[in-house]
Write a protein that binds this ligand. Structure first.
Ligand SMILES: [Zn+2]
Length: 444
């Protein structure tokens, strides 16, 4: 059997990342990962379950040691099919998400947020907690142009709760997102940067706008802790879709991934332990969330190939799909094909460009056709068509050395006639060319 080496600073445990001592044992193919107090392997895994390791490789959990002190992992050897290979290659290179940390942990939130408590979103936007018995409401407020406090959200778009922290500390890092400021406060008390969506505005476009701010600040991704109920799962889905639309990575962790006995509706604020322990438990569950996402990605990669996704994009774009419909379709196809949102968006952009240039060519062709039509009308609109034969012949003879075409010569002639006769008069034009000219058809 291959030699097992102790974990160390130069030989970190690929499962728990342990470097401070030699409690985990590691070889190329096998890891015995120690259940320590600060570092430990993910809990609640089933034998055979595969997790992404700290070393960027995939490791399969095979079971716990008899004494329960270590978990055994073997290097995962994925069964590859041709179209799955790139998906798996990309995933195995993905480093484990690291949560951005605050300079120092915040205070733990009280069990009950007091009535009238103000929770700031910006210098002019805040939420007030209004308690009525067991009922707790979050009432948005804003400052108007005269500096007066007004009830209601106001016209300005709302940022994320604690968005400034995310932007200050989040570059290249992952940010924790919780449902509601109180759960966010537990993350902060555990020392990590946390955000939350304002409760009064969960519109997809608003969430996308807020996530776009994170992308622009270089935030690597969001670890989203969902409440343990249907509403929690729906909100998580909506946030995941918005994140995908703007190209932000988002991994959903269900509260039950972290605490298997979490009551319905519960989250980090109902969990046991200190804030630091609660955050450590969430961090330990990140591989579970990642793994679920990968499994979904793998299952879907088999259902839709990139070529099929491109076909559906081409059909939709030539049918004149709107920008917002296209953005939804890109998100759907990305999830159905297991490709990144970015990759599908690139395909959509290429097809849009192709079709735009095809449209430009069609427009140019249409322009050429109408130019040809105009020239044809020019041929029909002759002097003889406009004027009686003998006048036409006379004008053509007189204008033959002039740089004008026949019909252009008609205009000065008619202008000259108009100066001599009133409109509607029938004139003898013998003095000009010996013919009778009926002007009224032209001068009405
Ligand atoms: Zn370990």
């Amino acid at each position: 059997m291959e030699k097992l080496n102790a974990s160390s600073r130069r030989n970190p445990c690929p499962i728990c990342g342990r470097t401070k001592d030699g409690d985990c044992r590691i070889s190329d193919e096998l890891v015995l990962c120690h259940y320590g107090s600060s570092k430990h392997p993910p809990q609640e895994l089933k034998p055979g379950q595969v997790i992404p390791g700290h070393d960027g490789q995939e490791w399969a959990f095979t079971g716990d040691a008899k004494d329960g002190r270590t978990a055994t992992y073997t290097r995962h050897k994925p069964r590859r099919t041709s179209h799955q290979a790139p998906v798996q290659a990309r995933q195995s290179q993905a480093p484990t998400p690291q949560l951005a940390r605050l300079e120092s942990p915040a205070k733990e939130p009280p069990a009950h947020t007091p009535n009238g408590q103000r929770i700031n979103y910006s210098s002019t936007q805040w939420v007030e907690i209004v308690r009525n018995g067991n009922d707790k409401k979050h009432i948005p407020h804003h400052q108007d142009d005269e500096g007066r406090a007004q009830r209601g959200a106001g016209d300005e778009p709302w940022p994320l709760w604690r968005q400034d922290d995310a932007i200050t500390h989040g570059q290249g890092m992952w940010i924790a997102e919780a449902e509601g400021e109180k759960c966010g406060a537990w993350f902060r008390a555990g020392g990590v940067v946390a955000i939350s969506q304002p409760g009064h505005d969960h519109k997809p476009a608003s969430i996308e706008r807020r996530y776009r701010n994170l992308v622009e600040a270089g935030v690597a991704g969001v670890i989203y802790l969902a409440d343990n109920d249907e509403t929690g799962r729906k909100k998580a889905e909506r946030c995941a879709a918005a994140a995908a639309t703007v190209g932000l990575q988002l991994v959903v962790i269900q509260a039950t991934d972290v605490w298997s006995d979490m009551p319905v509706g519960g989250s980090i604020d109902d969990a046991p332990g200190t804030a630091a322990e609660r955050v450590a438990a969430v961090v330990a569950a990140i591989p579970v969330g990642l793994n679920r996402q990968h499994e979904v990605g793998h299952a879907q990669a088999e259902s839709l190939t990139t070529a099929q996704a491109a076909d559906r994009l081409r059909d939709a774009i030539s049918d004149g799909i709107t920008e917002s419909e296209l953005s939804v379709l890109v998100t759907d196809l990305a999830s159905e094909s297991g490709q990144t949102h970015y990759a599908i968006k690139q395909i959509a952009d290429t097809i849009t460009r192709e079709q735009r240039s095809a449209a430009a060519i069609r427009a140019e062709a249409a322009g050429l056709v109408s130019e040809i039509d105009r020239q044809d009308i020019g041929r029909v609109l002759t002097t003889h068509y406009l004027l009686p034969g003998r006048i036409a012949s006379a004008i053509e003879i007189r204008s033959r050395y002039l740089p004008t075409d026949g019909p252009s010569g008609v205009l000065p002639f008619l202008a000259a006639v108009a100066g001599l006769v009133k409109l509607g008069t029938e004139v003898e034009a013998k003095s000009l060319c010996g013919s009778v000219l009926r002007c009224n058809w032209m001068y009405r």
